[in-house]
Structure formats: C-alpha cells, structure tokens
Design a binder for this molecule. Structure first.
Ligand code: AMP
Length: 274
C-alpha cells in the first residue's frame, strides 16, 4: 500500500494505472468498520482502490468541532493496509486547495434542507473538496455511506453534471450491536452515552413500523418527543428519498432522517421507510 501526501506524487502514481478501473473511498479518518465496508465494496468493484484521509476544514461550520474531530492516522493506515487498499492519499490543506477552481453547482435544493439548514456551508465544503479529489484521482467509482444519505444524494447530483462518467455507489449503514450507527464521532461517547445513543435507531425503527398506521406529521412529532432525553434534538423528518421534499404520496419511497446532540456530540442517522 502506497501512502502519498503530495499532489505531484499522486499524479505520478496514478499515471502508472493505465486502464485499470479506479475505485475511490473519501474519508476523514478515525476509521471504523463502516468505512472499511466501503473499502471492501470498492475492492470488489474496481481493480485499483484509492482511499483518502483528509479532515476537510471547509465543510465544518463550527471551529471547535473541527478542532476536536478525532484523528488516528497510524491506526487508519494499518486498517487500510489490512484491506489491501492500493493507495492512500493524505494531502495537506494548503497544497490541496492551492489551485482550486470553484464551480457553481445547482444541487436542485438538496443542500437547502435537513443538514443543509442546520450546518450552514457544510455541503458547499463537501462539494469543494470532492471536486478537487475527483479531478485529481479521476475514479470510475466513488463510494459513499447511506449513513450520510443526504450527502450521497448531493454527491450523485454533483457528479451527474461535472463527472458524468463517474458512478456514485451507496453502501448500507454499519451499526454497533445496540443499533447505534458507527461514526468517528462515537469515540467521544462514554458507554452510558452510547447506550442512550442507541435510542436514535430504536426511534427510527419505531417510525418505520408505524408510518402507515399514524399520520406522518403526528408520527414525526412522536418520534421527536422520543428524543427528549438527548441534550438537543434538532430534527426528526420523514422525506421523499429521491429529492428530500415533503411530497409523500403513497407511491413515493420515503426515508426518516434524524439529528440530535448528545452532550456536545452531534449524531445523525436515517432509515428507509419502505
Ligand atoms: P467520514 O469519514 O465520516 O467523512 O465518512 C466517510 C464515508 O464513510 C462517508 O461516505 C460516510 O457516509 C461513510 N460512513 C460513515 N459511517 C458509516 C457507517 N456507519 N456505515 C457505512 N458507511 C459509513
């Protein structure tokens, strides 16, 4: 496994990959089995697998959150090596953004709701960094977790316009045995908090079991109430899973989305309703 920090070396290394299909897994490090499930799928679908580890400052709307984001590079590299990743790219902020060409993207309103309205500028930062990574790495496939379902939809919309040959592939959410969605941020939770955090998935399951028995607005309200043990529940919303709108006709596929704070840690999760 090659570990590369500089853009020049990355370009050189990729120039040797003539005609092999490239699968790309972007990450912010502090890796867990959820990340590795993306890598495993990338290994299956592509001949050369690139992962990146980069805590992207432009997608953090809160300086303190960026500062305390967990970092464990050595362990991350061991994990990626054990999955036989071919190349890991860990650039510096200055070099990565030095020649950035900012693009204007119409995300069809997908970025204006849920995480978009609760974390101003977050998706703009995600698109900025992925635009750079996709341009440098030129992958055939890029892998994203359903854990961040809204991000997956946004990246798919972005790629359609700017990287039409790139296939964006979504991967199911990996969970702890108590149902809590794996997340790098879980490292900040103690055992008691992890147990409480498992209520998020239980609430999502309750929602899925009841969405055709209880009127949707009422159900959202009940589920939001169920999160009252958390320090700051932000939203519990049932949305159309194609466009995240409130068009919830009986024929549309639906998804429930939740965001809540526990102590100081912000947790998000979602589930398909049908
Ligand atoms: P992050 O390092 O948090 O930016 O995540 C990198 C990628 O891993 C994103 O595509 C996430 O959606 C995905 N991911 C994070 N947590 C999980 C999980 N529990 N299961 C599956 N994929 C995940």
């Amino acid at each position: 496994m090659k570990v590369i920090n500089q853009l020049k070396s990355l370009k050189e290394e990729l120039s040797f990959q003539n005609n092999q299909s490239i699968g790309y897994v972007p990450t912010m490090g502090a890796l867990h089995q959820g990340h590795l499930s993306l890598v495993k799928l990338a290994k299956k679908k592509s001949q050369f697998v690139v992962a990146s580890i980069f805590v992207n400052p432009t997608q953090f709307n809160n300086k303190n959150d960026l500062k305390k984001y967990p970092r464990s590079l050595e362990n991350d590299l061991d994990l990626l090596n054990s999955e036989s990743v071919d190349l890991v790219f860990c650039p510096s902020y200055n070099e990565l953004y030095a020649n950035e060409k900012i693009v204007k993207v119409d995300l069809m309103g997908l970025d204006k709701t849920l995480e978009g309205s609760n974390r101003k500028g977050h998706f703009e930062g995600v698109i900025r960094v992925l635009n750079i990574f996709f341009s440098l790495i030129k992958p055939d496939f890029a892998f994203f977790g359903e854990k961040d379902y809204q991000q997956y939809l946004i990246v798919e919309q972005f790629a359609k316009t700017f990287f039409p040959k790139l296939k964006i592939i979504s991967c199911p959410t990996l969970r702890e045995s108590n149902g809590l969605a794996m997340s790098s941020r879980n490292r900040h939770l103690n055992n008691r908090e992890k147990e409480l955090a498992s209520e998020i998935y239980k609430t999502l399951l309750y929602c899925r079991n009841n969405y055709n028995k209880i009127e949707i607005n009422k159900l959202e309200e009940i589920c939001f109430q169920k999160l009252s043990k958390f320090s700051k529940p932000e939203y519990f919303e049932i949305r159309n899973s194609k466009n995240l709108s409130k068009e919830l006709s009986s024929s549309s596929s639906l998804r429930a989305f939740v965001a809540t704070k526990l102590s100081d840690i912000r947790l998000i999760d979602n589930i398909a309703m049908n």
